[in-house]
Design a protein around this ligand. Structure first.
Ligand code: SGN
Ligand code: CA
Length: 553
């Protein structure tokens, strides 16, 4: 018998605590008779790495607005996903369940998310909440359980994107005409924020509490900056990751992937080096050629600003005729500069939404969550993209801004530089940290708990509210992970595994049968596979015993 609790066993324990949380919140609200139930705003970005958020890592960029959310609430230092890919992560967010329990295991299956199942938005609606989702949906099919939705089809576009919404005016029209498609002029991050502000100001029923999901396209591939900040980061020094030239020794699945900046990142599509002398696996026409293409859908003003910026870089690149390591490092730095510009816009737009909530007097009654659908590689192991159970993609950033009544629940504060040994400057924000292992299965139960609603027993996650309130509580000791999308783009093998605060055990399967074990304390970058070394046999046995039976399915 394992001495560890399964998620459901712990869930039952927490269920009792959750009930008391609701009592806590209503008494918190009683201080002010005007206050009503808490609102929730869930801001989720796409592919945003914790390495590029300054409250987690100071090396690349300052993100003052995300930092503010954390400084006025909590910073989760050990936040993870259970399947590092968009659709499945979104399905988990809305159901509080692992992929095998909500049925949405991969982006590419062609089967839409089963919208008839239990979701957090439906439960919140039943509890009197108004629900909305704006931006990336990526679950195929039509959203259910939202009073308002306005979503990007598929991955959406950075420039002048189309959004689809339900026709509000006529409930009697046939199903195939239920949708409005509207092309919005401008940059996608600004547009999603504008639509969110519009819903807050003009479209919601102000008599009801609300839960709004703001789902950005940023910072998904191919990392296109807004023309207004396209010049940013060009003169910054971008440090190379220590393991950029990883040789994948002892890690067969890692050696097999196709997400190398050097080998797989394309010059035209990814790095925008359109020139007759540049060869690229993607033909220029699909990127630049026609009206609906990525560049083709820009208006003449946007194109002019784009070309003015990129043309000298293209000319310089062609003249330099780089190869080998010089080319690999040039690609890495070009990628990073584009990515950081996209993050800068994202952070500014989070600031804009925050200001709106503040100006409307909503901050004191609203919990704001910021997270990404998964982590992302910033050149670690030589990679971009995600999918692997390795740290950079299994982790996902998570911070929460809390209303005053929840802000003072703890007092251990630290800075964003903690992990990088640099000196703290005056006025640098400090953060209240939650260090327990948390996962995206926990978001739905947390939202329900914040709303004072019961958490269904079949959700795999647990409410984070007891941790936020600083209560000492029985917490999980391991996380389960399972990635299924293979064979597919980037060639990351199917794998599942378990992560504790110290060890990670992974099994790659399907057309490969490889185990990996890492000691995250001595090897945080997961370069040294310990599986098969006799001195670690007992750890492997212990980890396997810890796993519930579904680990082997
Ligand atoms: C696209 C990208 C991939 C990316 C997937 C999934 N290729 O297919 O690089 O891994 O999305 O991303 S692209 O050539 O079309 O840009 S996810 O975040 O939506 O899961
Ligand atoms: Ca993603």
């Amino acid at each position: 018998m394992s001495k560890y609790f399964s998620p459901r066993q712990i869930n039952k324990k927490i269920f009792t605590i959750a009930a008391s949380s609701a009592i806590f919140l209503s008494s918190c609200n009683d201080k002010d008779e005007e206050q009503k139930q808490l609102n929730m705003v869930v801001i989720m970005s796409d592919d945003h790495s914790y390495q590029t958020i300054s409250c987690f890592d100071q090396r690349f960029i300052q993100t003052p607005n995300i930092d503010r959310l954390a400084a006025e609430g909590v910073r989760f230092t050990n936040s993870f996903v259970c399947n590092s890919i968009s659709g499945p992560s979104r399905a988990t967010l809305l159901t509080g369940k692992y992929s095998h329990n909500n049925g949405y295991k991969e982006n590419i299956s062609g089967i839409a998310f089963d919208g008839s199942q239990q979701t957090v938005q439906k439960l919140l609606q039943a509890g009197g909440y108004q629900t909305a989702i704006i931006g990336k949906w990526h679950l195929d099919g039509i959203p259910t359980g939202f009073d308002y939705w306005n979503i990007l089809p598929g991955q959406g576009d950075y420039y002048n994107p189309d959004l689809i919404s339900e026709k509000q005016h006529d409930a009697t029209i046939p199903c195939n005409q239920l949708l409005d498609t509207v092309r919005y002029d401008g940059y996608v991050t600004n547009i999603i924020t504008d639509l969110s502000i519009d819903w807050l100001r003009n479209k919601r029923d102000k008599a009801k509490p609300f839960c709004m999901f703001v789902h950005h396209k940023a910072a998904h591939r191919n990392w296109m900056a807004d023309t207004t900040n396209i010049q940013s980061f060009e003169n910054e020094t971008i440090p190379l990751q220590d393991n950029f030239y990883d040789d994948y020794k002892g890690r067969k699945a890692a050696a097999k992937q196709e997400m190398s900046i050097d080998k797989d990142m394309t010059l035209i599509y990814d790095l925008k080096m359109l020139n007759d002398s540049v060869s690229d696996r993607r033909y220029a026409s699909s990127y630049y050629g026609y009206d609906n293409s990525i560049y083709g859908r820009m208006n003449s003003e946007q194109k002019a600003a784009w070309d003015k910026f990129y043309q000298p870089i293209i000319d310089n690149f062609v003249a330099s005729d780089l190869s080998g390591k010089e080319l690999a490092e040039w690609k890495y730095r070009r990628y990073m500069r584009d990515y950081l510009k996209v993050i800068q816009s994202l952070d500014e737009n989070i600031g804009r939404l925050l200001k709106e909530l503040e100006d409307e007097g909503l901050l004191e009654n609203t919990v704001i969550l910021y997270l990404s659908d998964q982590g992302f590689y910033m050149g670690e192991h030589g990679w971009f993209d995600k999918r692997f159970m390795y740290e950079e993609s299994m982790r996902t950033p998570l911070v929460m801004r809390l209303p005053g009544c929840l802000q003072d629940a703890g007092n251990n504060r630290s800075t964003g530089r903690d992990h990088h040994n640099s000196t703290k400057s005056d006025n640098e924000p400090t953060y209240r940290d939650i260090n327990q292992l948390v996962q995206n299965i926990d978001i739905a139960p947390t939202l329900l708990d914040l709303a004072g609603q019961p958490i269904p027993e079949d959700m795999d996650g647990m409410s984070l509210l007891p941790l936020i309130k600083g209560e000492s509580t029985q917490w999980r000791q391991w996380l389960y992970y399972h990635y299924y999308e293979y064979p597919a783009e980037h060639s990351v093998c199917r794998h599942y595994g378990i992560r504790t605060d110290r060890y990670k055990l992974i099994h790659f399967y399907y057309d490969i049968d490889e185990w990996e074990l890492y000691d995250l304390k001595s090897d945080p970058h997961e370069m040294n596979n310990l599986y098969g070394l006799t001195e670690y046999d007992s750890i492997v046995i212990q980890l396997k015993e810890m796993c519930p039976e579904f680990l082997y399915q």
